[in-house]
Write a new protein. Structure first.
Length: 184
């Protein structure tokens, strides 16, 4: 599979690519993807887990033990469990959120999908995500996986990055344009 140089150029991208290549070789891409999804959800739900990943005060040994415990509790697959240990031992635990995001992108590319990054002021419900997927699929001409993030500072609307295209319909941007137009 051809992966873009952009993904492999970053540290997280190299880790994500290595994990994806191993998962693909072992025919475990879906299992690893599910495990990473549960870890992403744990990062969103657990302030303690998020702090563990981000804190520079947690040393490699402590991080390795904590990741092993989390892997067992979250019932992640063996490849992902081993990978978490590698991240911890290499002092790269802070890269976990980016590795998850980039692994999802690689898995989507492998399935023939493209990935759209969507930023909203508030979480989208399932119906809104489905409608957005339909519109983006028509625009891209193939299946689209959606990665959502929340940024209350955009006030409303959404920002979509699909490949090299960026569609910014946020209220913040519209207000900024209006302010510029009023200045003359």
């Amino acid at each position: 599979m051809e992966t873009s140089g952009g993904i492999r150029a970053s540290l997280a991208g190299r880790y994500a690519s290595a994990l994806f290549d191993l998962a693909r070789d072992e025919k475990q891409v879906d299992a690893v993807g599910r495990s990473l999804d549960s870890l992403a959800q744990a990062l969103a739900d657990s302030r303690e887990f998020d702090l563990l990943v981000k804190s520079p005060l947690v040393n490699r040994e402590e991080a390795s033990k904590a990741f092993a415990s989390i892997a067992q509790q979250a019932s992640v697959d063996p490849i992902t469990a081993n990978f978490l240990g590698v991240l911890a031992r290499n002092g790269r635990k802070g890269e976990l959120p980016n590795v998850i995001r980039l692994f999802r992108r690689l898995a989507a590319e492998n399935r023939g999908e493209t990935t759209a990054e969507v930023v909203t002021a508030r979480p989208l419900n399932d119906d809104q995500i489905a409608a957005l997927k339909t519109k983006l699929r028509a625009r891209a001409g193939r299946e689209v996986a959606i990665e959502t993030s929340i940024d209350p500072e955009i006030l409303g609307g959404l920002i979509v990055k699909l490949g090299s295209q960026m569609i910014d319909s946020s209220i913040r941007t519209k207000l900024n344009r209006l302010a510029q137009a009023m200045k003359g």
